[in-house]
Design a protein around this ligand. Sequence first.
Ligand code: PMP
Length: 397
Amino acid sequence: MKNDNPHPMTWQFAQRTSRLQSSAIREILKITMRPEITSFAGGLPSPETFPVEQMQKAFDAVLSRQGKVALQYGPTDGYAPLRAWIADSLSTDGAKILPEQVLMLSGSQQGLDLLGKVLIDPGSKVLVETPSYLGALQAFSLYEPEFVSLPSDDQGLHAESIDTLGAGGRLLYALPNFQNPTGRTMTLDRRVALVEACARHSIPLIEDNPYGALSYVGKTLPSMLSMNPGGVVYMGSFSKVLTPGIRLGYVVAPLPLIQRLEQAKQAADLHTAQLTQMVVYEVIKDGFLDTHIPTIRTLYAGQCQAMMDALTEFFPAGVTWTKPEGGMFTWVTLPAHINSTQLLAEAVEQLVAFVPGAPFYANSPQTNTLRLSFVTVPPEKIRAGIERLGKLIKAKM
Ligand code: PMP
C-alpha cells in the first residue's frame, strides 16, 4: 500500500499541551525494563503481592452470578456496595463518611486530573509540598496553574508557610504517609496545623494516601480527612494493596465538590469498569485485606531494611537518605555538586537505575536528589546494585 500523504497535516495543538512533558519516570522505565538492569527507578508494587488466585476466583464468581450486570454500563459514581465499603472504612467516631461522598475512579490518578479540571483556572495558585508526586504535578499542569512550592522537611510540610505563601490558593496537595517520592511521614502536629491553616484560608486540602496502609509497624497516624471532613478531599487507591493493573481508585469529598467531579468524570469516561469494581468488592468484602496487607508490610519492611543496610555500607559520608516507616521509597540527597540526572546515565552503564529528583519539584529543582524504590528488587540484588551506585558516587566526591 502507498504511504504518501498528498495533504500533510500541520497539527495545531492547544496551548496548554506545551506544558506536557513525557514523564521522566516512563522514559527511564523503558530503559530499565531490560532484565540485566537492577532498577530502583519504578514506582511499581511488588508482583509477589498480587492476589492472582483470589482475583481469578472473584472474576469467576462475579461473571457466573452477575455476568449481565458486570458487563453492562454502570453508574458514573461507581458500584454502590464498594462505595459503601469505602465510606465505612474511612469513617471514624468523630467523622462519618457517607457513600454519596465517594466517587470511584479509573485509578486515583484520574482523580488528580478531575480535581485539576474542576478547581484550577489558568494562573490559579496550586500549593504543593517540596518535593511532590510527579504525576500530580503533571496532571495539574495541564490546567495551567501557578505552582507554589511550600517549605517542607523530614516531618512534612511547614503549615505556617501557608499564611505567607498560600493566601488565595485554589488547592493544597499533600501526601502525609510515606510520601512519593521521599518516603517521609507528616507528624501529627503538622497534620493538625495544616488542616487548621487550610480551613482558615478556605483552601481545599487534597490528601493523597495510596501508601497509608503500608506502615511497617502497622499503625498509621489519623487522616486529615478525619480531622475536617468538610474541607479535606481524600484520595485512595487499590493499586498498592491489591493490584495496579485493575486501575481502581476513589476520591472522597464534600457533596458539592463530588457532584462537580462526577460531571467531569462522566465527560471523561462515563464510569469506571463495573466488572473490576465488582471483582474487587468480591475479593475484599469478607476481610481479605486484613490478612493480605500485613503480608505486604512484612515483605516491604524486609526490603526496606536491606536497602537501609546497603546504603549505610556503601554510600560515602556526605550523602544522606530518608528512613521510611512504610511505603516503597527512600530519597537520597547527594553533595550539592553532583547532578543526579548525569549520574543516572553513568549508572545505567553500570546496569543500575534510579529516578533523578528534579522532576519532583514544581519550582527550583534540587538536582542533587534521587528516588530509590526498594520493593521490586530482591535483597541480594539491592546490595549489589547499591554497591555499584556507591562506587560511582564516591568517584565524584
Ligand atoms: N498518587 C501517588 C502519590 C502515587 O504514587 C500514585 C501511583 N504511583 C498515584 C497517586 C496513582 O495511583 P493509581 O492511579 O494507580 O491509583
